[in-house]
Structures are given as structure tokens and as C-alpha cells.
Design a binder for this molecule. Structure first.
Ligand code: ADP
Ligand code: MG
Length: 544
């Protein structure tokens, strides 16, 4: 029995735990917990009973005559049966409770199902109601234009369904809101009416003003009309006056005309004499060609005679000119004899910024007031004087310097060899003197201008060929600046004709017709200069 009870108890405990896991903390669970506690207590009791039973069994096996135990045994058996009954009862109660739990679980599931259903139903209902509400709102909106009918329609809706009552309620609240709105609108309307009244008042004021202006305008119009009238009268008066004045003038013109007529009568005899004169002139003109031919013939004879005379004079002049040339050549020779074949001029340039300041930069050159060929130099505290052909002071202009060498250009045209060159240390003014600046050219440009102008002057009688060549002596090597290969080194040789002149074989020569031509050639030559090529120093004294 105890064994089966144990098994059942275990089963029930398991069942209880299963139920507990299935259900949450409900009333049934609390009840079950209580039952479990009871169960536990019973088990304890049963254990005690078992112990007692075992003792009793042992006592039964032993011979017991006193039979005090028998009594006790009977009592215990009674107790046991009582306990068994109690156990039975408890089991029945447990089964009952189990059933109850089962039922409750079933009911719970049912209730859940129903809840779900009712939730779906409610959603459906809500949906339906909202649809209905929308419909009702639309109806109300359409009916709002006829507010007197709203009540009737609301009543109809009421009758239609109990559920619509709710919608009606909402509609009523909406109606309320709309009425409020209408009230508000009415307020606005009232305000606007007030505004309208005030603007009407202003309009009336403005109208009165306009009336006033119109009256003024009327008045001005009347005034203007009066003024116009007055002006019209004045105009008439002026026209009358002008008319009378014109009549007077007309009379005077008429009188003048009469005078002119008498004049015309006196002019007629004059006209007659003029016609007479004209006729005689006409006759003279007719005879004029004959006279002219005669005159032309005599003039031609005179002119040819004059030309003959000029011709002979010309020939005479040419002869004189040739003699003059000879003379000039002689003069040149004389000049060379007197002044020397080589002339040396000194030119002192003005002090420039580059000369610096202080005692190191003191001026060491002075001039002789009486002799323009003397130059004094202060050298180591002592004055040294030099005598040259001429000394140009700093203030001497390019023209003045050129004037001194100008005669050489003429000599050149006459067939002499001429050389002009500048010598001095770097910065002394060689380039300035020879080339000068574009605005103030030096000897080169001026000499070439003169050369070409002289040649042009003699072009009628003489043919001149001018050619240029450019060479550079740099570091004792001679190079052709106009050649195709400027790097090639040339040589200076003595002319083989025994004239004692020097020449450079292979030096390039260009025929030129004007100063511009020469300048172009020089530009080309400049590019080939060593100082240009190496770009070392534009004014290098190693390049000549
Ligand atoms: P060089 O050719 O002898 O080295 P430059 O002719 O270049 O010297 O002259 C040096 C500087 O002095 C240049 O700036 C030049 O313009 C100036 N100069 C030379 N001579 C005169 C002069 N007579 N008047 C004004 N400036 C001069
Ligand atoms: Mg120079």
C-alpha cells in the first residue's frame, strides 16, 4: 500500500509541477501549493507510521504473552486504518482539485479564444463605425449649407440605428464646433461691416472733397475762358495794328518801286553802250588765235635760245665743279699735312652716379680757359698737362663732337680712307660717344646720315656704292660678325697690290642703300658679338 501511495504521490507531484509550468501564478496554483505542502506533511507522517509498523512486525514475530502489545497493536491498526482513510480522502480531494484545475485551464483557453473573437469583432465594429462616421460627416458637410435641415437629419440618423447614436454624438459636437465657427465668422463679418461703414464714411468725405475740387475746377475753367477771351481781343487788336503798319510799309515800298523804275529808265542808255562794247570785244576774241600763234612762235625761239645758254653755263659749271673737287682733294691733303694724319680728341664725360662720392671720387680733371687743346690732370698730388687736338668738356654736346669729325665724312666720299675710333677705360663714354642713345645719337649715326645725304645730293652726276662689313676683335681673335659662321677665326693681311693697305680675306660685305639698311646689318652683327653670346658684360673692353 505504502509503495503504491508513494508512486501515486510522485505522479501527483509531477502533475502539479506540470500544471505549474502550464499555468501562471493563479488562485488554482496557490491552492495547489497548499496541497503540495499538505502532501509533504502527510509523507512525513507516513514515514513515522512505517517506522512504527516495522517495530510492530518485529514485536509480532517475537512470542508475546503479555499481550499488552496486542492491545497496543490493535490501537495502532485502528490508527493505521484511520490514516489510510484519511489518505484516501486526501487523494479524492486531490483528484477533485486536479479536475478543477483542468476545468479552469479549459475555461481560460475558452475565455482567451472568446477574447480574441471579441477583439476582432471590436476592430470590425470600430472600422464600421468610423466608416459610418465619415459618411455622417460628409452628409453633415453637405447639409451644413442648409442648417435648418440638420436637426431633422440627425433625428433620422438616430432612428436608423443605436450605433449611429455615437456617430450622431460626434456629429453634434462637430455641429457645435461649426456653430462656434459660424459665430466667429459672424464676429468677423460684424467687424468687416464696421470697416465698411468707416470706409463708406471716408468715401462720403472724399466725394465731398471731389465736389469741392469740381467747383474749383469750374471756377478755374470760367477764369480761363475769360482770359482766353481777353487774349483773343488782344490778338485781334495786334492783328489790326500789324495790318495798319503793313499798309504803311507797303506804301513806302511802292514809293521805292517808283524810284527804281525811274532809275531803270536812266540805265537803259548805259546798257546800250555796254552791248556795243561787248560786240567789239567779241570781234577781238575772234582775232586772238592768230595773234597768239604769232606770240608763241617768238616765245619758242626765245626759250630755245635761253636753253642753249643754260646748257653752255652748265657745262661751264661742271667743269668748275670738277676743278673744285680737285681743289678739295688738294685741300684735304693740305689739311692732313697741317693737322696730321692722326687726330686725337679728348672727351671728358659728366660725373655720373656710378662714380660714387667722397675723396676717392674727387674730380682730377681741369680745363684750360684759354686753350681748348689742353687738359690738366691731378696725378698723385701733382698737376700733369696733356696737349691734344681738341678737348671736349663734360657739357659738350653730341653735335659739337660730331662737327669736329664731320669733315672726315666728306673726305671719305672724295675717296680717302677714314677711320674713327674711341679708346678709353670701361665707363669712360666710348659707346655713348660712338653710338649714343636713340634720342641723342652719336658719331656713327650722324656720320651715316651725312654720308647718305651727301651721296643723294650727288646722285645726278655720280654713282656711289656703299657696303658694310662688321668684325670683332675679341681676346686677340678676329671674327666676322655678319658671316654665316661667326665662330670662324679670320686673319688681317696686307694688300698684295703694294698699296700698304690692310684687308681681311673672307670678310662678309653687305651692299646698303640707306641708314636703315646699315642699322639692320648692325643689329644682326650685335647678336653675334661674343659679349652678346656669353651675356657676360655688355660693355666689355675685351670686345672691340
Ligand atoms: P664705355 O662704352 O666707355 O664703357 P659708356 O659709353 O657706356 O662707357 O658710358 C658709361 C656711362 O656714362 C653711360 O651710362 C653713359 O650714358 C654715360 N655717359 C658717357 N658719356 C656721357 C656724356 N658725354 N654725357 C652724358 N652721359 C655720358
Ligand atoms: Mg662700351
Amino acid at each position: 500500500q505504502v509503495e503504491t501511495l508513494k508512486a501515486k504521490l510522485l505522479e501527483q507531484t509531477q502533475e502539479i509541477s506540470r500544471l505549474r509550468s502550464e499555468l501562471g501564478g493563479t488562485d488554482a496554483e496557490k491552492h495547489r501549493d497548499l496541497l503540495a505542502a499538505e502532501n509533504e506533511r502527510l509523507r512525513q507522517e507516513m514515514k513515522v507510521c512505517e517506522g512504527e509498523l516495522r517495530e510492530l512486525k518485529q514485536q509480532q514475530q517475537a512470542p508475546c504473552r503479555a499481550c499488552a502489545h496486542l492491545q497496543e497493536n490493535i490501537e495502532l491498526q485502528e490508527q493505521l486504518s484511520q490514516l489510510q482513510q484519511e489518505l484516501e480522502e486526501t487523494r479524492a480531494k486531490l483528484a477533485e482539485l486536479d479536475l478543477e484545475v483542468q476545468q479552469k485551464t479549459n475555461r481560460l483557453a475558452e475565455v482567451e479564444l472568446r477574447l480574441k473573437d471579441s477583439l476582432a469583432e471590436r476592430a470590425e465594429e470600430e472600422e464600421r463605425l468610423s466608416r459610418r462616421l465619415r459618411d455622417s460627416q460628409e452628409t453633415i458637410a453637405s447639409l451644413r449649407s442648409q442648417p435648418q435641415h440638420i436637426k431633422y437629419i440627425i433625428k433620422t440618423v438616430e432612428v436608423e440605428s443605436a450605433k449611429a447614436k455615437q456617430a450622431l454624438c460626434e456629429s453634434q459636437s462637430r455641429n457645435q464646433y461649426l456653430q462656434e465657427q459660424v459665430g466667429m465668422q459672424r464676429q468677423v463679418l460684424k467687424e468687416m461691416e464696421q470697416q465698411l461703414q468707416s470706409s463708406q464714411k471716408t468715401a462720403a468725405q472724399l466725394r465731398a472733397q471731389i465736389m469741392m475740387y469740381e467747383a474749383e475746377l469750374e471756377r478755374a475753367h470760367g477764369q480761363m475762358l475769360e482770359e482766353m477771351q481777353a487774349m483773343e481781343e488782344e490778338k485781334d487788336r495786334a492783328i489790326e495794328e500789324a495790318f495798319s503798319r503793313a499798309q504803311v510799309e507797303m506804301k513806302a515800298v511802292h514809293e521805292n518801286l517808283a524810284g527804281v523804275r525811274t532809275n531803270l529808265l536812266t540805265l537803259q542808255p548805259a546798257l546800250r553802250t555796254l552791248t556795243h562794247d561787248y560786240n567789239s570785244l567779241k570781234r577781238q576774241v575772234r582775232d586772238f588765235p592768230l595773234l597768239l600763234q604769232e606770240a608763241l612762235r617768238s616765245a619758242r625761239a626765245e626759250i630755245s635760245q635761253a636753253i642753249e645758254e643754260v646748257h653752255s653755263t652748265n657745262r661751264e659749271l661742271l667743269r668748275k665743279y670738277r676743278r673744285e673737287l680737285q681743289l678739295r682733294k688738294k685741300c684735304h691733303n693740305e689739311l692732313v699735312r697741317l693737322k696730321g694724319n692722326i687726330r686725337v680728341f679728348g672727351r671728358v664725360r659728366p660725373i655720373t652716379k656710378e662714380d660714387g662720392e667722397g675723396p676717392e671720387a674727387a674730380n682730377a680733371v681741369t680745363f684750360d680757359a684759354d686753350d681748348d687743346a689742353i687738359l690738366h690732370l691731378l696725378h698723385k698730388g701733382k698737376q700733369v698737362s696733356f696737349e691734344l687736338d681738341k678737348v671736349f668738356p663734360p657739357q659738350a654736346s653730341q653735335e659739337e663732337v660730331f662737327e669736329e669729325v664731320q669733315a672726315l665724312v666728306t673726305s671719305c666720299i672724295d675717296g680717302y680712307n677714314v677711320c674713327i675710333f674711341a679708346y678709353g677705360q670701361t665707363g669712360a663714354g666710348k659707346t655713348y660717344t660712338m653710338e649714343g642713345t636713340a634720342s641723342n645719337p652719336g658719331i656713327n649715326q650722324r656720320a651715316l646720315q651725312l654720308l647718305f645725304s651727301e651721296v643723294r645730293g650727288k646722285a645726278a652726276d655720280w654713282d656711289y656704292a656703299i657696303s658694310v662689313s662688321a668684325a670683332e676683335i675679341y681676346n686677340e681673335a678676329l671674327r666676322d660678325l655678319l658671316g654665316k659662321e661667326p665662330q670662324e677665326k679670320l686673319e688681317i693681311k696686307l694688300c698684295p697690290d703694294g698699296s700698304g693697305q690692310l684687308y681681311v680675306p673672307g670678310l662678309t660685305e653687305f651692299r646698303v642703300q640707306s641708314v636703315e639698311d646699315i642699322n639692320k646689318v648692325f643689329e644682326f652683327g650685335h647678336v653675334n658679338r661674343v659679349t652678346e653670346c656669353t651675356n657676360l658684360n655688355e660693355h666689355s673692353s675685351r670686345s672691340h
